[in-house]
Design a protein around this ligand. Structure first.
Ligand SMILES: *Cc1c(COP(=O)(O)O)cnc(C)c1O
Length: 349
């Protein structure tokens, strides 16, 4: 086997969903966000495990993702689409029973004309300025929408991973001003919003990253581990260099391990000289540049050379690796490549 082994723990994902579900009152529904192929871990497998654990509502970014998810989940669970009802999506929305989260008056008009009576939700902008109707647009159509019986009204927080950020309270106030008194279920919180406390929970929460073991849910169980096989080992004389650009040079006799995985597998080039892998718990720094298919690692200090090196596991979380690459755990997960040998453990039960 010349590719890395990516192990995805469905029981950990289910346990994270249960823990986030337990963080809000029993009356609050906990949905699951499985966009971007379940944050890179396989939307179908992840969603089936979460449905087994009790999730009844799922969110994706695009209707195409919703269509694939419907095929994996079968009829029953609600599948909502953050990008709403885009031109060309009508057949998918109708045939696969997707629920678009309409984000503009234009989308609202398109939806009511093309699919009268088909379920939908509404997205409001409470200050993030990304998706959703502005307060004035909303005021203009609110009465019309209330008469159409939307299933959910939602907005999204821009700074929920920073509990002290003043924009959280400002967005909460804006969302309340736009929706208080409406007889429609409401949703504001993703993972970060759940952790901000009950004021932010409303009727439904939409966790994503916390399910997959990432910050800001610090208590999350890791969902992904990744081990990379050793392909070749070599000894270097002082002065010899490693890799493209000769960016690493041996100062003393050194030993370099070449591992199978590179930036084409989502181990981004910026990790060069910054990240590390682990040999049975012993840290080994990357030496030289990450190339498309290969990593080179300084293993001079090892007394025993394993056949696999861990890059995600108990010694290094997605957020640790993200720190070394100046990014976030979300990007590490969603960048995980298609060449790995993927293995699922657990069932979500
Ligand atoms: C991605 C996303 C979520 C999930 O966010 P996490 O931070 O991963 O929990 C929830 N709501 C919306 C609108 C999103 O785009």
């Amino acid at each position: 086997m010349a590719t890395g082994r990516l192990t995805i723990d469905l029981d950990a994902i289910a346990a994270n969903w249960r823990a986030l579900n337990a963080a809000s009152a029993g009356s609050v529904e906990t949905a699951a966000v499985v966009k971007a192929d379940g944050y890179g871990l396989g939307a179908g497998r992840v969603a089936r495990a979460l449905a087994h654990a009790g999730a009844r509502s799922f969110f994706v970014a695009a209707a195409e993702e919703g269509a694939a998810l419907r095929n994996a989940l079968g009829p029953g669970p609600r599948i909502s689409v953050f990008s709403g009802h885009m031109a060309g999506d009508t057949d998918m929305i109708a045939d696969l029973a997707l629920t678009p989260m309409l984000n503009s008056v234009e989308q609202l008009t398109r939806h009511l004309e093309a699919l009268p009576g088909h379920p939908f939700g509404i997205q409001l902008d409470s200050g993030m300025n990304r998706l959703g109707m502005e307060a004035a647009e909303w005021a203009a159509v609110r009465e019309l929408i209330e008469g159409q019986n939307p299933h959910l009204i939602m907005s999204h927080l821009a700074n929920a991973d920073e509990p002290g950020h003043p924009q959280n309270a400002a967005q909460l106030t804006a969302f309340r001003q736009m929706t208080d008194g409406i007889g429609v279920p409401r949703s504001l919180a993703a993972t970060g919003g759940i952790l901000l406390g009950p004021d932010y929970h409303f009727d439904l929460t939409r966790p994503g990253i916390g399910l997959y073991g990432g910050l800001p849910f610090a208590e999350a169980r890791a969902a992904a581990s990744l081990a990379l096989p050793l392909i070749q080992l070599r000894d270097l004389e002082p002065g010899e260099t490693v890799g493209y650009g000769a960016s690493w040079q041996a100062e003393k006799p050194a030993r370099i391990a070449t591992l199978s995985a590179g930036y084409a597998d989502g181990l981004i080039r910026y990790m060069s000289g910054r990240a590390q892998v682990f040999a049975n718990g012993v840290a080994c720094p990357l030496a030289g540049r990450v190339s498309m298919d290969l990593l080179t690692v300084d293993v001079t200090h090892l007394t025993e050379i394993p056949s696999y090196f861990d890059i995600l596991g108990p010694d290094q979380s997605i957020d640790d690796l993200a720190d070394a690459a100046a990014t976030i755990g979300y990007e590490i997960l969603t960048s995980l490549g298609q060449r790995y040998h993927r293995r699922y453990i657990g069932s979500g039960a």
